[in-house]
Design a protein around this ligand. Structure first.
Ligand SMILES: NC(=O)c1ccc[n+]([C@@H]2O[C@H](COP(=O)([O-])OP(=O)(O)OC[C@H]3O[C@@H](n4cnc5c(N)ncnc54)[C@H](OP(=O)(O)O)[C@@H]3O)[C@@H](O)[C@H]2O)c1
Length: 264
């Protein structure tokens, strides 16, 4: 891993290799520092970050999964972003297709999470209207912290009952069957969760983009071409005016680019 942006300052060449410019394995602590959430400035407003991977030609999956377009370094970044978050928000289709499991305790991050007042692992929050999820899975029956179901007020009561019986906590964040993206963030903040991470998928991310509530995009550009008709990282109706983001940092490992963009 090496940093490409911000461009590392030129150091004294006689002082030995510059660690920022050298291609070397970064420690998890270094990765965590590179991806730290902004310090809360007294406000308890949520900060929504998305983490997505895309091929060079814009595919967000291959054969219905993101794993074929990812890499070991991408998974390290993925794990680090999870370790920094209070909540991981995922669309139900991603949970179904990727076979989501409960977040696992990472000893390397335990102390930092304790110091930040966070639970040992991030809460997984599943966004769903139909609640057609297998509530017998470990994601619902045996997570370290209860999994959240974000849904609308008109969701089927029997499915809500099934989710709660399995141990999930159901949070209403919409008046119909669906979830209002902005209201979901407010509801999570109301539960004390302000360091938010969404892992997509594209249909969910598109709604966060359209609602204007996405603060940051951590985008891995995978050096692969897939052609075909795979989804892009954000779907749904186009926004009226393209949303402008600013590059905050760019890292590279084995041709994979790890960019971090913030709302301009
Ligand atoms: N490249 C990447 O970084 C990346 C990341 C994540 C996923 N993926 C890929 O993307 C694919 C899945 O993504 P997707 O876009 O099809 O689906 P998705 O966004 O993960 O999930 C869509 C589902 O989420 C629920 N949902 C979304 N918006 C909602 C709202 N406003 N209110 C209530 N429920 C809502 C609905 O669930 P119900 O049907 O249960 O009502 C909907 O069917 C998979 O192939 C996965 O591998 C790629």
């Amino acid at each position: 891993m090496r940093r490409l942006f911000p461009v590392p300052p030129v150091t004294d060449p006689t002082a030995g290799p510059d660690p920022d410019r050298t291609d070397r394995e970064w420690s998890l602590a270094e990765l965590a520092a590179a991806y730290a959430y902004p310090e809360p400035d007294g406000r308890r407003e949520p900060w929504l970050r998305a983490n997505m991977v895309s091929t060079l030609d814009g595919a967000a999956q291959h054969d219905g999964r993101s794993q074929p377009i990812s890499s070991a370094a991408d998974m390290r970044v993925f794990g680090t972003l999870r370790a920094l978050a209070d909540v991981v928000i995922a669309g139900a289709e991603t949970v179904r297709q990727e076979g989501y499991r409960p977040a696992r305790v990472r000893p390397d991050f335990a102390e930092a999470r304790r110091a930040a007042g966070q639970s040992p692992v991030p809460v997984i929050a599943v966004v769903t209207a139909g609640l057609e999820l297998d509530f017998s899975l470990p994601l619902f029956t045996s997570p370290v912290v209860p999994t959240l179901i974000l849904t609308g007020a008109a969701a089927a009561p029997d499915r809500i009952a099934a989710a709660e019986k399995a141990g999930a906590r159901v949070v209403i964040a919409g008046d119909g069957v669906g979830v209002d993206p902005a209201r979901a963030l407010t509801a999570l903040a109301g539960l004390g969760h302000t360091r938010l991470l969404t892992e997509g998928g594209p249909r969910l991310l598109g709604q966060f983009v359209a609602a204007g509530v996405l603060d940051e995009l951590c985008l891995t550009v995978s050096p692969m071409l897939t052609a075909g008709d795979a989804q892009r990282i954000a779907g749904g109706p186009a926004v009226g005016v393209p949303r402008r983001f600013a590059l905050a940092s760019l890292l590279e490992e084995e041709g994979f680019l790890f960019s971090r963009y913030r709302r301009d």
